[in-house]
Design a protein around this ligand. Structure first.
Ligand SMILES: CC(C)(COP(=O)(O)OP(=O)(O)OC[C@H]1O[C@@H](n2cnc3c(N)ncnc32)[C@H](O)[C@@H]1OP(=O)(O)O)[C@@H](O)C(=O)NCCC(=O)NCCS
Length: 169
């Protein structure tokens, strides 16, 4: 399947509702958000997009134009260094077809072209088989298993994966 990534925009609240409002989708991510939380979140994303800081993308099927999921990366400090963190999510009806892997690979290309940070991290729950497989497949190195705070105030067992964006590919 051919797909592309597009910056998150106004009008993407329905996709956000399907991704973050669904208990099945949020199993590894601290549970679903409420409608009001999602409306606020969408506003925040639109403001961020206006500042040119948009690194949140929807993953779109080139053939049909269907929005299938999202991928996002952002700046954070980690172990005393400024790095990127990345996360992804694909709607149930499009899972198991390589959509998250391909969409994430495209977002990594964007991050690499920024030449801003050397390292990108991902922290999937140790129980999240597909996400750990994606990290491995996309060339992340497994650092270690850690206790990770997400969402704020709750802790889960995660794998710490690191990708060197400056490495020759
Ligand atoms: C995790 C998620 C994004 C995966 O999306 P997807 O489009 O189905 O993933 P892909 O098809 O690109 O890749 C999944 C890979 O994991 C493998 N896989 C699937 N289930 C697996 C399991 N239980 N154990 C190990 N590997 C598994 C697949 O074989 C595939 O690898 P391959 O392409 O080499 O065959 C999707 O399930 C999701 O959105 N879940 C809810 C939100 C979430 O957990 N986000 C991630 C937070 S880190």
């Amino acid at each position: 399947m051919e797909l592309r990534i597009e910056p998150w925009g106004p009008g993407d609240l329905p996709l956000l509702e399907k991704l973050l409002g669904d208990p099945a989708m949020m199993e590894h991510l601290g549970g679903p958000e409420t409608h009001d939380q999602l409306v606020e979140r969408q506003k925040r994303y639109e403001r961020l997009a206006e500042t040119g800081m948009a690194r949140r993308f929807k993953i779109v099927d080139k053939a049909t134009g269907d929005a299938m999921g999202s991928v996002v990366y952002w700046d954070r400090a980690w172990r005393g260094e400024d790095v990127f963190e990345i996360g992804w999510s694909v709607l149930p009806q499009f899972q198991g077809r390589g959509v998250a892997g391909k969409g994430t690979a495209l977002a990594i290309d964007e991050a690499r072209s920024e030449k801003k940070h050397r390292f990108m991290y991902a922290f999937p729950s140790v129980d999240n088989g597909p996400s750990n497989a994606i990290c491995r497949k996309l060339g992340f190195a497994l650092i270690e298993e850690i206790e990770f705070e997400y969402p704020k105030g709750s802790f889960m067992r995660c794998n710490e994966w690191r990708l060197d964006l400056f490495a020759l590919i």
